[in-house]
Design a protein around this ligand. Structure first.
Ligand SMILES: Nc1ncnc2c1ncn2[C@@H]1O[C@H](COP(=O)(O)OP(=O)(O)O)[C@@H](O)[C@H]1O
Ligand SMILES: [Mg+2]
Length: 293
């Protein structure tokens, strides 16, 4: 069934279990529509399924889709490989990026950019692994890399380092943002992009994201800390708990979560999941906690 228009990503009744435990549904019926030009934040207690949602949207093989569909550009994304989803303009910034020793940041990003330029039908004139066969010229690639790295205040030497190899938490998150800037996705999922960033790095990354926002990109911003939402303003905030979106609102909802933790909002929505309020608190930003606020 497809009737979503081409400016929105529609998630319908999405139910998901890990492949290792097929009877244990982590996501129990997610419904969400995100239009291009909109930024939606998803907040939720640890273990509520936020990363699972981002992985399933991108096509991670560790999960089984029990029901539902994800409509985008006339396709049900759930029928497509992760590779095809990326070619259709989806992008996921990982919560825990993987190191690839031996592969430089520049080669990695160039292959990804050129693979995307091939399009979903894999234009045979472009070979992403061969700089002499189509795609961006080296000159143009270098120009864009320099521009985006400057935007994210990254040192030039970054481009020659191995992907995430020995990177600090903040450097890993910046590399995710560099990939996003270079790939110019039409739908970006950012999973806890704020974690591991000190306040200066957070500001730089948030400014980077804000400068990438445009009317032709939808954003799903997964975050534990309300503080990120001081820098990147969401149009909508959703609370994910017990496998469902229990309530949605605007920016005020995030502020309320910061004040009260998740407990009251979950109970108000008829969800008493037997977790003590302490565990449902929205953690303070690390610096603030350290400063004894
Ligand atoms: N691949 C997996 N195999 C088994 N259990 C998983 C898998 N992925 C996630 N889970 C479980 O599903 C729940 C949700 O995890 P996750 O999506 O990482 O939550 P969040 O990102 O909100 O903290 C957790 O209880 C987690 O242990
Ligand atoms: Mg997570």
């Amino acid at each position: 069934m497809t009737n979503a228009d081409d400016r929105e990503l529609v998630i319908r009744d999405l139910r998901v279990a890990p492949a290792a435990k097929p009877d244990h549904e982590i996501l129990q019926g997610i419904n969400l529509t995100i239009r291009k030009g909109e930024t939606h934040a998803i907040m939720g207690p640890n273990g509520s399924g936020k990363t699972t949602l981002s992985y399933v949207l991108m096509g991670h093989p560790a999960y089984i889709v029990k029901s539902g569909e994800v409509l985008w550009k006339g396709y049900n994304l759930l029928d497509l490989s992760a590779d095809k989803r990326a070619r259709l303009g989806l992008f996921l910034a990982f919560q825990y990026p993987t190191a690839i020793p031996g592969l430089s940041v520049a080669s990695f990003v160039r292959s990804a950019v050129n693979a995307k330029l091939q399009g979903i039908d894999k234009n045979p004139a472009i070979d992403p692994t061969d700089v002499t066969r189509g795609g961006l010229s080296m000159l143009e690639f270098r120009r864009r890399m320099r521009e985006k790295m400057a935007m994210l205040k990254m040192d030039d030497a970054f481009a020659t380092r191995y992907v995430n190899d020995g990177f600090s938490g903040g450097e890993k998150k910046r590399l995710e943002m560099l990939q996003m800037a270079m790939l110019a996705p039409e739908f970006a999922i950012l999973d806890e992009t704020d974690s591991g960033l000190d306040i200066d790095a957070l500001r730089i990354v948030a400014e980077g994201v804000n400068s990438m926002l445009n009317p032709d990109m939808g954003v799903l911003l997964i975050t534990h800390y309300q503080r990120l939402l001081n820098y990147i303003k969401p149009d909508y905030v959703h609370v994910l708990a017990a496998g469902r979106i229990v309530t949605s609102g605007g920016k005020d909802l995030a502020l309320r979560l910061e004040e009260e933790g998740y407990g009251p909002i979950l109970r108000e929505n008829g969800l008493d999941i037997g977790i003590p309020d302490e565990a449902l608190a929205v953690p303070l930003e690390p610096e603030a906690a350290g400063a004894g606020r």
